[in-house]
Design a binder for this molecule. Structure first.
Ligand SMILES: Cc1cc2nc3c(=O)[nH]c(=O)nc-3n(C[C@H](O)[C@H](O)[C@H](O)COP(=O)(O)O)c2cc1C
Length: 147
């Protein structure tokens, strides 16, 4: 993973926003490498095929919404991951979802075979060292908007 970080840093050396981007790359790298310290590291992904109605519409070339291709599967995976982390929590385990490593892990094909599965995130699992306070709850007005 370090090689990918060094490659990014070398690549952006002449970029005008170099310092800020360098800090971001280092930040996300730090928030990636710790996953190897976790007692259990899981990889989660979706199947490579088309989901639901898209699978049926696609051969007939009816649907042109390319965003639809991954959307249903990504939502399903997100719900499955949520179920997993809530179950882990109920068993006294701590988890952390990570997507930043997808930028740094070399050759993702070796993690999951990409022709069959699309790797979407990693999940660390272990007994938590800390029990931090809950963050302040957002109000409905913060997260809801009528359109
Ligand atoms: C889609 C997604 C990707 C994330 N990727 C990372 C990551 O790469 N590295 C990281 O340290 N935290 C990442 N996080 C944040 C942690 O998984 C976790 O949600 C965050 O630390 C807040 O934890 P808390 O809700 O227990 O406070 C990600 C969260 C989500 C939802």
């Amino acid at each position: 993973m370090g090689a990918a970080k060094e490659r990014y840093l070398a690549h952006i050396a002449k970029y005008p926003g170099f310092k800020s981007l360098r800090n971001k790359i280092n930040f996300f790298y730090r928030h990636s490498v710790f996953m190897f310290d976790a007692p259990v590291l899981m990889a989660a992904g979706t199947i490579a095929g088309l989901p639901g109605l898209t699978r049926h519409l696609s051969p007939a070339e009816v649907s042109h919404d390319r965003r639809k291709k991954d959307r249903d599967l990504d939502i399903s995976l997100g719900l499955a991951v949520k179920g997993f982390i809530l179950k882990a929590h109920s068993l006294g385990l701590g988890t952390c979802i990570l997507t930043a490593p997808l930028h740094f892990v070399p050759d993702l094909d070796h993690v999951l075979p990409q022709d069959e599965l699309r790797l979407k995130c990693f999940i660390t699992v272990g007994f938590p060292d800390q029990t931090p306070d809950l963050p302040p709850r957002r109000t409905v007005g913060d997260i809801y908007r009528e359109i």
